[in-house]
Write a protein that binds this ligand. Structure first.
Ligand SMILES: Nc1ncnc2c1ncn2[C@@H]1O[C@H](COP(=O)(O)OP(=O)(O)OP(=O)(O)O)[C@@H](O)[C@H]1O
Ligand SMILES: [Mg+2]
Length: 466
């Protein structure tokens, strides 16, 4: 009753538009609820049947008769029809009102947080809400008309919008075509531990990047042929590389791996003795290996040229050249700054040559099936060749110490704002950025998965030739 009174008080204080909006609120709430299947049909039908039962047994007259008198006891057939219909429809109206009011409150809260975040135009108007759509049980999509704002303005206001929504934002993206910005938000927090996913669930070019609040994210070497794994110490770079290498080793039986770790080779030690894998622990060997990779790249390019195709996807699979090209090469460098900065005592001409080859792989590797994955704590131009960096289209960036490092990797300070949770990162795929928790695969777990393939193991050769 109290609710109904305040509803009628609200109506009396409104102008025409507000009056129309308030009157149509239950209907809009109901349509929204039916459209997105959030309506509890069973409970509503149960309420309708209970009311009908009240009518049939005349219990309603007994309880409410004094208050409503004649209305509850119509004489004419038409009056009875109206009364029964009213009983049947009433629970739907109440539900519509509840849903409509909920949406209205949420809209108001969003508009307030947009205003506090400074997203107000010269007329004092905030971006208008085009809709709020459920994505799944805990996740919603808020669509805003962008008006004169850039998507970056919404990204900057992220924290404010998050607190206004009382939720966690998963993604802010733009639909240029529609002139809208979509904000995916969820009431759930990100998990702090995500386990390694069985590679068999993926195809041979795909890898599990991690989990957001609402979904699992995978990447693939077709859309992100080269990857940068950046972040301050302890963020989870080497762990992520272990996850990637193990996934591809198990899933892509003809890929060959070159694993360069100039911090002593310890990170990749577990992959030693595996067929198809070379673990490179020092700069001299790294340079030798890069030289041979350059030769292979040139050979692969020549095959493409001879066959008059632009990349390996267009080469005939059943030719011997096709088989050669389709066996990928994965080059992984943990802490690339070791190669570029100190040089480990190698002479400078060799370092320059190594840089040149890495740059060549970054520029031309995609077409010929040579993929590059580099990790670094320091993403500055001295530690990582800008030309190499420009071609690393997929980025996993763990927490960064300062904005300038974050900006040099992501173009914004989001990696500085990440919580200090190992494995928490931003996955950037082209312009799209998503906060994720990367999978944890310990050295021991990885060992257990690959142990049977090692050459020291008698069954290894048979298995790896599968
Ligand atoms: N995805 C993850 N989930 C949970 N914990 C993780 C995750 N990744 C890493 N860790 C924890 O953080 C520790 C450090 O991770 P890792 O060695 O991968 O960091 P790093 O970025 O390579 O650091 P450095 O730059 O010093 O080499 C790991 O030993 C592990 O305990
Ligand atoms: Mg490391």
């Amino acid at each position: 009753m109290g609710k109904e009174n305040s509803y009628s008080r609200m109506l009396s204080e409104m102008n025409f538009v507000q009056f129309y909006e308030a009157m149509s609120l239950p209907v809009r709430g109901l349509i929204h609820s039916i459209k997105f299947n959030t309506i509890p049909f069973e409970s509503i039908l149960l309420s309708s049947s209970t009311l009908f039962l009240f009518h049939a047994t005349k219990l309603d007259l007994l309880i409410l008769g004094k208050l409503f008198g004649e209305i509850l006891n119509p004489m004419s057939g038409f009056g009875k029809f109206i009364k029964i219909s009213g009983y049947l429809v009433f629970p739907f109206i109440v539900w519509g009102l509840y849903e409509g009011a909920k949406i209205q409150r949420l809209k108001k809260r969003i508009e307030e947080s947009l205003a506090i975040a400074g997203l107000r135009n010269v007329f004092g108007k905030v971006p208008t809400i085009a809709g709020i759509y459920p994505v799944d049980k805990e996740t919603n999509k808020l669509v805003l008309n962008r008006s004169s704002y850039a998507v970056g303005d919404f990204v900057k206001a992220r924290d404010r919008i998050e607190s206004g929504l009382n939720s966690y934002i998963d993604d802010i993206r733009e639909s240029r075509l529609k002139g809208t910005v979509e904000i995916i938000y969820s009431s759930l927090t990100l998990p702090t531990k995500v386990s390694f996913r069985d590679p068999e669930l993926l195809d041979s070019k795909s890898f599990f990047v991690g989990a957001t609040r609402s979904k699992e994210v995978t990447g693939d070497l077709d859309s992100t042929p080269h990857l940068l794994v950046a972040g301050q110490t302890g963020g989870g770079k080497s762990t992520f590389l272990r996850n990637l290498i193990t996934t591809f080793y198990l899933n892509s039986k003809n890929t060959k791996f070159t694993l360069i770790d100039l911090k002593g080779g310890l990170e990749f030690q577990l992959f030693e003795e595996l067929p198809r894998v070379s673990v490179i622990p020092n700069i001299e060997r790294a340079i030798e290996e890069l030289n041979s990779l350059q030769k292979e790249l040139i050979r692969r390019m020549e095959i493409l040229k001879k066959n008059k195709v632009k990349d390996i996807a267009n080469i005939k699979e059943n030719s011997s050249e096709g088989t050669f090209l389709r066996s990928r090469r994965l080059v992984v460098v943990d802490e690339i700054a070791e190669l570029f900065l100190a040089g480990g005592g190698a002479d400078s001409s060799k370092i320059i040559q190594a840089r040149r080859i890495l740059s060549l792989i970054a520029r031309q590797g995609r077409a010929v099936g040579i993929n590059l994955i580099v990790a670094t704590q320091r993403p500055d131009s001295k530690s990582l060749d800008p030309q190499v960096k420009a071609n690393l289209v997929g980025v996993i960036c763990f927490q960064m110490q300062n904005d300038s490092s974050s900006i040099s990797v992501l173009g914004n300070g989001r990696a500085t704002d990440l919580p200090s949770i190992p494995g928490r990162a931003i996955w950037k795929e082209g312009p799209k950025m998503t906060e994720i928790q990367t999978p944890l695969l310990s050295t021991q777990e990885a060992e257990a998965l690959i142990e049977k393939f090692k050459v020291s193991n008698s069954s290894a050769m048979e298995m790896s030739s599968k």
